[in-house]
Design a protein around this ligand. Structure first.
Ligand code: NAP
Length: 331
C-alpha cells in the first residue's frame, strides 16, 4: 500500500510517501480502506518529536480517518466488510497512524459513519469534535442556558466547541483573528463574535454577558488569566488544553475570591468507552447538520509533508490560499 510515513522524527520533510506492506488485521481489528484523513496539530508534534512517544517504525503519521471496512479480524463484533466507519486517536501511545491507503484499527476506536455524512466530513470532525465533547461535557459540565466564551473559534477545536456548545443549548461568544474567520464562525452559530486583538475585549465580553461568562474555553497556546478571570462569572470554569510550554502569570486572589475552577485534559488519554460515547453524540449532531467542519484544503496523500507545513504555518503559506477549515488528505 501507499503510505505517508517516517523512519525517525524531524521537520515536515522527513515524511516519505511510498510503499509499505499492507497491514494485517489482528483479531479485534478491522482493515479500513482509508478515504479521507485530517491533519491535527498533534500529528506535527509527534512527527517532530516535540511530543515524545514510542513509535512503531516505519511510523505512519496521523490520528484521524474515515473510510470503509474491507476485512475484519476473527473477534470483531460490530463491523462487517462494506461498512462505512470513522475514527480517531490512532498514531498515538504506540499505535500506528492513519495516513495510508489501508489501516488496521481496533474496533473500539471505530464508529459507523451516518449515511448523510461524507468521508471528508467525518474525517474533519473526528479528533476535534471528540476533544470538544470531552471538555464541554466532562470538564466544564456546560449546561443549557449558560454562556461560553470560545477563544480561537476558527481553529479545528474551536469550530467544534462552538457547534457542540450550541447543540447543548448554550449561548456562545467567540473570538477569531480575521474578518473572514469571524464571518465564518458566525455562520457556525456563534451568537456574538469578537476580534481577540481589540483593546476593550473584556468590556465587549461583559457587554455581551452582563454577569460574566460561565465557561471560557481557551484553544490558544498563550492563556491570559488576568483577562479570563475578569470575564468569568462568579463560579466560572475555564478549560485549558493547549500550550505545553506556556508559563503565564496567574492572578490567584481574583480566581479564588470568585470561586472559579480550572480544568485541563488531553483527548488521547480518554479511554475508548468515553470516546465512543462522544462519537455517538457527534454522529447524531452530524446527521442532522448541527455539526460540520469544512475542508479548507484537500491534498493527495503524496503531499502529506506539505500538509504538515501548512498546519505548522497556521494554515497560510505563500503558495496556498487562506484556510478556513481543516486540512484533509485523501489517499
Ligand atoms: N488537549 C487536547 O486534547 C487537544 C486536542 C486537540 C488540539 N489541542 C491543541 O489545541 C490547539 C488548537 O488546536 P486546533 O486543532 O484548533 O488548531 P488549529 O485548527 O490549527 O487552530 C489554531 C488557531 O489558529 C488560528 N487560525 C485558524 N485559521 C487560521 C488561518 N487561516 N490562518 C492563521 N491562523 C488561523 C485560529 O486562531 P485565531 O482565529 O484566534 O487567530 C485558531 O484558533 C493546538 O495547540 C492543539 O495542539 C489539544
Amino acid at each position: 500500500m501507499k503510505a505517508a510515513f517516517i523512519t525517525g522524527t524531524g521537520p515536515a520533510d522527513v515524511i516519505r510517501y511510498g510503499d509499505l506492506p499492507d497491514p494485517q488485521p489482528g483479531p479485534h481489528e478491522a482493515l479500513i480502506r482509508v478515504r479521507a484523513c485530517a491533519v491535527n496539530p498533534i500529528d506535527t508534534y509527534v512527527r517532530s518529536g516535540a511530543v515524545a512517544m514510542a513509535l512503531p517504525l516505519p511510523y505512519v503519521v496521523g490520528c484521524d480517518l474515515a473510510g470503509d471496512v474491507v476485512a475484519v479480524g476473527a473477534d470483531v463484533e460490530r463491523f462487517r466488510p462494506g461498512d462505512r466507519v470513522w475514527g480517531s486517536n490512532q498514531g498515538l501511545l504506540g499505535r500506528q497512524g492513519t495516513f495510508a491507503e489501508l489501516a488496521a484499527v481496533d474496533e473500539r476506536w471505530l464508529y459507523a459513519t451516518p449515511a448523510e455524512v461524507s468521508d471528508r466530513e467525518a474525517a474533519a470532525v473526528a479528533l476535534v469534535a471528540i476533544t470538544a465533547h470531552l471538555g464541554l461535557v466532562d470538564r466544564a459540565a456546560l449546561k443549557e442556558g449558560e454562556t461560553i466564551l470560545v477563544s480561537g473559534a476558527s481553529g479545528g477545536v474551536g469550530m467544534a466547541v462552538v457547534q457542540i456548545a450550541k447543540a447543548l443549548g448554550a449561548r456562545v461568544i467567540a473570538t477569531a483573528g480575521s474578518q473572514e474567520r469571524r464571518e465564518f464562525v458566525r455562520k457556525l452559530g456563534a451568537d456574538v463574535v469578537l476580534d481577540p486583538q481589540r483593546a476593550d475585549l473584556v468590556e465587549a465580553v461583559r457587554e455581551a454577558a452582563s454577569g460574566g461568562v460561565d465557561v471560557h474555553w481557551e484553544t490558544r497556546r498563550d492563556p491570559r488569566f488576568d483577562q479570563t478571570i475578569e470575564m468569568l462569572a462568579d463560579g466560572g470554569r475555564m478549560v485549558l488544553m493547549a500550550g505545553r510550554d506556556a508559563r503565564p502569570p496567574f492572578p490567584v486572589g481574583p480566581f479564588y475570591v470568585k470561586g472559579c475552577s480550572l480544568y485541563g485534559f488531553v483527548m488521547f488519554k480518554a479511554d475508548s468507552q468515553r470516546q465512543a460515547a462522544a462519537a455517538a453524540d457527534i454522529n447524531r449532531w452530524m446527521a442532522r447538520g448541527a455539526l460540520w467542519i469544512p475542508a479548507g484544503h484537500v491534498l493527495p496523500l503524496s503531499q502529506t509533508a506539505y500538509a504538515h507545513q501548512l498546519q505548522e504555518a497556521g494554515g497560510i503559506l505563500p503558495s496556498s490560499p487562506p484556510l478556513v477549515g481543516k486540512i484533509l488528505v485523501e489517499p
